[in-house]
Design a protein around this ligand. Structure first.
Ligand SMILES: [Zn+2]
Length: 336
């Protein structure tokens, strides 16, 4: 079988990750995949099936079988920490090996339940373990971006009915993140202010698109939401990554995540959804001080209730049947 690798598309300026070892599973069809996940492999007692833990939290209030949350390497990783970068040029093409990290965070020992069924303290424990892993991975100077994504439900790419996230460390900056960072830097150079701080100020003053507001965080439906009921959770205080905010803010962040999950469940009939963290890249090669002042971390929440069209994927064109003001008003009124 051909070796996997990363190849750069010079026309679109994107890196594509090739994983030829996965082609067999793809061809064998979904029925076999579904059968494989009848049993939850993330519950206490079957830890040996998922490999040795990188990190384990043991909050005595919520621990079962010696852990309240745990992180381990993905069983079929798309990137590997032991690989060398091995960058190569071939005519006008570039490639490198699958250097990076791919980890799974099981945020609770409890099977089959969503964020809405966990307590704020349990959610906070899951956030803290992610926070610890990001801090560790950011020290590896070979990485450029640490991605954290939660995929809940099959339509969102979730494969197991358990509250978990995936952390991936990439040796390049993802194009959407690069674009956002460039836009924030351009705004900062022009105004010497953070674009996202200014967006928060305007949203807090307009109040039309606010879904939920807590002391340290606000959840909004973005002004130009791409997807119906899309939300962004923003820390009110400027920071590159979650650890720039005070530790006490973690509980507030857990509180707002729980509220949002309740709204998804009770308002939108428990849709599949993705939560995507947007952090400042590491070792970008740019002006680190300007980037820290210009970029402001946030979390995007995308309910997967509409089909992502070819126009969205290929042309970046989005058609949204819901005005964000209406979506925010609807979600604001949904309570537990
Ligand atoms: Zn800011």
């Amino acid at each position: 079988m051909a070796e996997g690798m990363l190849r750069r598309d010079p026309l679109n300026k994107i890196w594509v990750i090739f994983t030829p070892e996965k082609v067999k599973t793809l061809i064998s069809g979904s029925s076999e995949n579904e059968a494989k996940f009848d049993v939850d492999p993330f519950v206490p007692g079957v830890e040996s099936a998922t490999g040795p833990d990188i990190l384990r939290h043991n909050d005595p209030l919520y621990a079962v079988g010696g852990w309240s949350s745990r992180v381990f390497p993905a069983k079929n990783p798309i990137l590997r920490v032991e690989n060398d970068k091995n960058g190569k040029g071939y005519g006008l093409y570039d490639s490198m090996s699958r250097l990076g990290a791919h980890e799974v965070v099981v945020e609770t020992p409890k099977s089959g339940i969503g964020l809405d069924q966990l307590s704020v303290e349990e959610i906070a424990d899951g956030i803290k373990i992610i926070f610890d892993r990001i801090a560790d991975l950011r020290k590896d100077t070979r990485f450029r971006y640490i991605s954290v994504i939660k995929s809940r439900g099959a339509a969102a790419g979730g494969t197991i009915n358990h509250n978990y996230s995936e952390i991936k460390a990439y040796p390049f900056i993802p194009p959407f993140v690069r674009n956002k960072l460039d836009n924030c830097l351009e705004y900062y150079r022009m105004k010497e202010r953070c674009l996202i701080c200014d967006i928060i100020d305007q949203e807090l003053s307009d109040r039309k698109r606010i879904v939920e507001e807590h002391d340290n965080f606000v959840a909004i439906c973005p002004y130009a939401s791409r997807f119906p009921f899309e939300m962004t959770v923003l820390p009110k205080k400027h920071g590159r990554i979650l650890s720039d905010n005070p530790v006490s803010a973690i509980n507030d962040f857990a509180k707002i995540l729980r509220s949002v999950a309740v709204k998804l469940k009770n308002g939108l009939n428990s849709p599949a959804y993705n939560m995507v963290f947007n952090y400042l890249p590491v070792n970008s090669g740019g002006d680190a001080e300007a980037e820290s002042l210009a970029y402001h971390w946030h979390l995007e929440i995308i309910p997967r209730i509409s089909v992502i069209t070819a126009d969205s994927l290929e042309n970046g064109i989005f058609v949204n049947p819901t005005l964000p003001e209406d979506a925010a008003e609807f979600l604001r009124n949904i309570r537990e």
